[in-house]
Design a protein. Structure first.
Length: 263
């Protein structure tokens, strides 16, 4: 509501400024004529408030387009670093032409919502590499946000893609988001993925990985999770790269994958 109000006020200011600038051209209009023009404009806006709504909507659209453009440009600039996958869980062929990178948190409600969509996309696009970058932004609120992330990275290191994906999808399948995920949940899902109990290990190297993910996500400009970057593995441009902040439907994701494949 606050954003909408600000947009309306901004729209009003823009229109008022334009009217004043137009009316202030003393070489064209006399002071009386300028005053009349101002009154006519004000009366018209009062009688037709829908004009302000239309202008507000157009202003919001332009702002969103500018923000989206900035995200895409940043993602293209960060492409080389996004393709550095040492220690980063990723599933798909080594020669994949398209990649889908997800920045996520195991305690994020919308990440849980998107998990089945991503799982279906992986099945529908076996030639695409899916990259999973842990970004536990809720760790300061819920400790298991970080615990689940480091456990997943350890499973990736120990057993590779199959075990990691089992763990990753298993955590989301618990439905325990926003503080409901427990250490018991993590141990249970990890044991199922590893076929053995998860041993306590040093999380120092994983903290470094998470820090790299944090720097990358901020470089792109994400404000939260999930954040998706769908792009060719090479020769990324603003035309073939799509950045999505938040939850979207599977069709939108597939369209982005198709766009990236037209490289």
């Amino acid at each position: 509501m606050k954003k909408q109000l600000l947009a309306v006020l901004s729209s009003t200011a823009i229109m008022a400024t334009a009217t004043m600038a137009y009316a202030s051209d003393s070489s064209t209009f006399s002071p009386d004529q300028q005053e009349q023009i101002g009154k006519i404009a004000a009366d018209y806006l009062v009688k037709h408030p829908e004009i302000l709504v239309q202008v507000s909507q157009e202003l919001q659209k332009k702002q969103q387009e500018a923000e989206q453009s900035a995200l895409t440009v940043s993602a293209v600039k960060a492409h080389a670093n996004l393709m550095k996958l040492d220690g980063i869980p990723h599933i798909g062929p080594k020669d994949a032409k398209v990649t889908v990178t997800e920045f996520f948190d195991y305690q994020c409600f919308y990440c849980h919502k998107m998990a089945p969509e991503v799982e279906q996309l992986m099945k529908a696009n076996p030639n695409v590499t899916f990259i999973f970058r842990d970004w536990p932004i809720f760790a300061s609120r819920w400790e298991t946000s970080a615990t689940a992330a480091t456990a997943g990275l350890e499973i990736w290191q120990q057993k590779g893609a199959k075990a990691y994906l089992s763990y990753h999808n298993g955590i989301f399948a618990t439905g325990h988001d926003e503080g409901k995920l427990t250490n018991a949940d993590i141990q249970k899902v990890a044991k199922e993925a590893l076929k053995a109990p998860l041993k306590k290990v040093s999380d120092a190297p994983y903290k470094k990985t998470i820090m790299i993910n944090d720097q990358l996500s901020r470089q792109v400009g994400f404000q939260g999770t999930p954040g998706f970057i769908i792009t060719p593995a090479s020769s990324a441009t603003v035309k073939n790269t799509t950045v999505i902040g938040g939850a979207v439907d599977e069709e939108t994701m597939q369209q982005a994958i198709d766009r990236a494949s037209q490289n």
